[in-house]
Design a protein around this ligand. Sequence first.
Ligand code: 5GP
Length: 241
Amino acid sequence: MEKRELLYDGKAKQIFATDDPKYVIMNYKDDASAYYGVKKSSIKDKGMMNCHISEIIFNYLQKCGIKTHLVKCIDDNNMLCRRVKAIPLEFIVRNLIAGSLARRLDIQEGTMPQSPIYEICLKSDLLRDPMINRFHVKALGYATDETLDAILKMLKQVNEALQKLFRQVDIDVVDFKLEFGFDNDGELILIDEISPDTARFWDSNSKEILDSDRFRRDLGQVEEAYHEVLDRLQKLTSNLD
Ligand code: 5GP
């Protein structure tokens, strides 16, 4: 497949057209950003690590019956993906309280809620991804009730599958952000990435932070943390093969 024009240049990824209108190439960059682009840097090999972490996770989710945009990795930083019409929303799933929810409701990080918490945000850097509810989603036409119900079902499935996968590598899936779109056949599929950039991962035993919070909070050893997640997943999946 041939790489063609740049369609989108984001903070951590670029999307290129291909010679087939049904597919795009997603290029994972080493660029790191936080606080809606206010804090910027570069993390060595982050693109490669996120590309492979997402590949392992999406392959696993597909085996669990969850449709994703992943076709295959072309090289260390580039992923061939199904082209979609993206839904302009971000869905957050929280198994433990952390980050913005800990701050907003003044709850200690690490507290376990009685059940997973689901949040919907409008995807807009300019507005800082404001949280909205399903009434906004329907009334403002971001998605239909039917689509939202299908997404909520997928969030639950993805969460259960992710927890099952990461339990095997002694990592707590604290929270994560998902995005969805409709492919060429009008089917709802999971898009974007699942990586330490878009999820919080804590070592199950030491509770050491193994995700982008190391960058956001200046904790150091960012690259090492991403490597740790990738190494554990690679070891697990090579044992399963
Ligand atoms: P929080 O709302 O606590 O900042 O984020 C919750 C979870 O969603 C974290 O795992 C965080 O990485 C992810 N997340 C939320 N919004 C974004 C976003 O705009 N970009 C990325 N990369 N991750 C996000």
